[in-house]
Design a protein. Sequence first.
Lengths: 106, 106
Amino acid sequence: MANHKQNVYNEKDEQLAKYAKALAHPARIAILRQLALMDTCCFGDINCELPLSQSTVSQHLLELKNAGIIQGCLEPPKVKYCINKENWEDLKIIMKEFFNTEINKK
Amino acid sequence: MANHKQNVYNEKDEQLAKYAKALAHPARIAILRQLALMDTCCFGDINCELPLSQSTVSQHLLELKNAGIIQGCLEPPKVKYCINKENWEDLKIIMKEFFNTEINKK
DNA sequence: ATTGTAATTCGCAAAATTACGAATAATATT
DNA sequence: AATATTATTCGTAATTTTGCGAATTACAAT
């Protein structure tokens, strides 16, 4: 029982959880790996690599975009996707910090 | 259009996504931070820190347990929770590897 | 045996996620 | 203007997640 903290979560936890959520699907991980490796990558290239329909791939890309991890530049007639480097660094740092917290002895 | 890879995702992507999913809620992040910091931590201690009901906290703990990130030892009348160090290391390594992939130039 | 404390499980509801096909938009090319 | 290519959006369905209160389990102490 006892008194629950009535307020919300701390902001860092919220941000980390939000990033983690964006990574919480194998298709999205695969997309990020592909973007990290390839010089240039349009929707079609990504779509080809995934066992999903166009529309579903588009949704996964949108989620990554909403989380700030990727961005899409229009390059008619294609859309060129790439990692948002600034936020990728942010994510990297937040993760690193989280996993570097010392775990108590025993 | 184009040939989709008909098979499933690669195993590493699946595992990383699974771990990320476990981290994809601020309450679960908060739980992990608390466990990392405190020497000893029973259900009640965790429950007190979160703005959630007992049953919901129990569910979040179960998810972390199912992902292998934490474990609970019975210590009547309490249940002592702690991080599963072996799997924590595994998670850490998988994350590190993922975030260390070099991003293509420009 | 009864009572109290600690935590989990059950049953349920609301919301979010995942996925698809069809329709649409946006732009290049003919 | 008509057609083809590329990607997004819409509508919908199935599943999963999140959350709660009530009931239950498990064990200690009285």
